[in-house]
Design a protein around this ligand. Structure first.
Ligand code: MN3
Length: 205
């Protein structure tokens, strides 16, 4: 999918993740925040016909070859579009307990145990100062890593492929949790759609 980019519809109702994530937050977050990134990305690319054939992952992987005049706009808004598109996909009402198959084994092999992985991810999410994201991603050699990025910076910009992400911008949790980011992080795990994460893992390896 390339220019003009479109806001992907949510696959569940705004209130479907309550009480973990409230309906108002979901509505504003999806329609206004993500919608804004899509609109701003399209506006940035409007006069750059040579870039309009590329998908957002390509634009982010090749951010340094994007013309300087729109590089920051593509970084922020392309990142925002890619990050949120993944985020909505890996959330689902009721979630699923654990990843299956090869991903489950690779998480255990890489981090020692599933619980150790969760702890490391929570650490990345809670210590990201200001706005950003925590990620489970694959590097170019196919190794799993957990880390965080600032603002809307995308793992694609680092040569990684994200398969699970958590938005820790205040807009993602402030209405329900105010300053209690740790409570929001804890409430996230039961919503994770591991089937979707496994699909992204399979596409990336
Ligand atoms: Mn967000």
């Amino acid at each position: 999918m390339a220019y003009p980019f479109e806001l992907p519809p949510l696959k569940f109702a705004f209130n479907a993740l309550e009480p973990a994530i409230d309906a108002k937050t979901m509505e504003i977050h999806h329609d206004k925040h993500h919608g804004g990134y899509v609109n701003n990305l399209n506006a940035a690319l409007k006069e750059y016909a040579q870039l309009q054939k590329y998908d957002v992952q390509w634009l982010l992987r090749n951010i340094n070859s994007v013309p300087e005049g729109i590089r920051t706009a593509v970084r922020n808004n392309g990142g925002g579009h890619a990050n949120h598109s993944l985020f909505w996909e890996i959330l689902t009402p009721g979630g699923s307990k654990r990843p299956s198959g090869a991903l489950d084994k690779m998480i255990t092999d890489t981090f020692g145990s599933f619980d150790a992985f969760v702890e490391k991810f929570n650490q990345a999410a809670s210590t990201r100062f200001g706005s950003g994201w925590a990620w489970l991603a694959l590097d170019a050699a196919g190794n799993l890593l957990v880390y965080s990025t600032a603002n809307q910076d995308s793992p694609y910009m680092d040569g990684y492929t994200p398969i699970l992400g958590l938005d820790v911008w205040e807009h993602a949790y402030y209405l329900t949790y105010q300053n209690r980011r740790a409570d929001y992080i804890k409430a996230f795990w039961p919503l994770v759609n591991w089937d979707a994460v496994v699909n992204h893992f399979k596409m990336a390896v």
